[in-house]
Ligand binder design. Structure first.
Ligand code: ATP
Length: 292
């Protein structure tokens, strides 16, 4: 049997680092939303008791370093599944780009295996498995728009944003999330207004959402990747309503509600970077139909 799941990317609208915890992780408050750019995770059941991972991206590991592999291993162990699975990951989300591609693949694998092996995990049980894999995996179980706290694993749903375009620009440099958090300690704190962002979303006030975009990690990554400020300045000149680096970067996104500005941003940014696209926001994930 074959089960397909979409694994959408996320962007951070507000990312505050509250401090470092005694376990070495950082305490965060983040408002995140999923976008209509997704990997596809296809699971095929195997009689042989093994996990196989293949991907379409050259630098993504296909062994137990792959987050979707780790998700499958955890589900097999936790629910005593005496069968195997082959996971085929069609990558469309840029890798190590601040868009949670690996985390979303792991979340999609949890959802898919729940169906493939008829485990009957509740949303809470899926969240519990997700948080063992990585901080962003819990959010990716359902996606949509949410506040994530703790290490990022405590999720409270928020209303969807007003409709808009998201223009994504990813410089050709990969960024290690762990390194950026490590460096954060050495920079003066930048504190975005997370509560203001939540209120703006509740009011559906697109102008305020754009004005309140903020990311405590932005200055850290900007020091290493000079392109980020150039991209931001250029997007501002073109007329984006709101601009921010997502996660630990280096992807920069712009929000606009105007089709003509979206087109202008796409045309203007294509000369700067090879990875430029415009997508819509996406709804919480719905499973794709199961096939025999
Ligand atoms: P986040 O925004 O959650 O910090 P990211 O978008 O910056 O994540 P990913 O694309 O998830 O980064 O990849 C980070 C690293 O994780 C990659 O360099 C890769 O080695 C590893 N990895 C493990 N599994 C995957 C996967 N399924 N897809 C992509 N990368 C993966």
């Amino acid at each position: 049997m074959r089960v397909l799941e979409k694994a959408p990317a996320k962007i951070n609208l507000s990312l505050d680092v509250v401090g470092r915890r005694s376990d070495g992780f950082h305490e965060v408050r983040m408002v995140m939303t999923t976008i209509d750019l997704a990997d596809r995770v296809e699971c095929v059941g195997l009689r042989e008791n093994t996990i196989r991972v293949t991907t379409t991206a050259p630098y993504v590991p296909e062994d137990d370093r792959n987050l979707a592999y780790q998700a499958a291993q955890l589900i097999k162990d936790r629910y005593g599944i005496d069968a195997g699975v082959s996971l085929f990951i069609q990558k469309r989300i840029p890798v190590a780009a601040g868009l949670a591609g690996g985390s979303s693949d792991a979340a999609a694998a949890i959802r898919a295996l729940n169906r493939l092996w008829n485990i009957g995990m509740s949303y809470e049980e899926m969240l519990d498995a997700a948080k063992k894999i990585g901080s962003d995996v819990a959010f990716c179980i359902k996606g949509g728009t949410a506040l994530a706290t703790g290490r990022g694993e405590k999720i409270s749903a928020l209303p969807s944003l007003p409709p808009c375009w998201v223009v994504l620009v990813t410089p050709d440099i990969s960024v290690s999330t762990a390194k950026v958090y490590k460096e954060w300690d050495r920079y003066p704190a930048v504190r975005p207004d997370v509560d203001g962002m939540i209120e703006a979303i509740r009011r559906q006030d697109f102008t305020d959402i754009c004005d309140l975009l903020g990311n405590a990690l932005e200055t850290v990554t900007m020091k290493k990747v000079a392109e980020i400020s150039k991209i931001k300045n250029h997007m501002k000149r073109i007329g984006a309503e709101g601009i921010l680096m997502s996660g630990s970067g280096p992807t920069v996104f712009a929000l606009t509600q105007h089709e003509s500005r979206k087109q202008r941003l796409l045309n203007g940014m294509r000369g700067y970077c090879s990875q430029v696209s415009a997508v819509r926001l996406s709804h919480p994930v719905e499973p794709l139909p199961k096939s025999e």
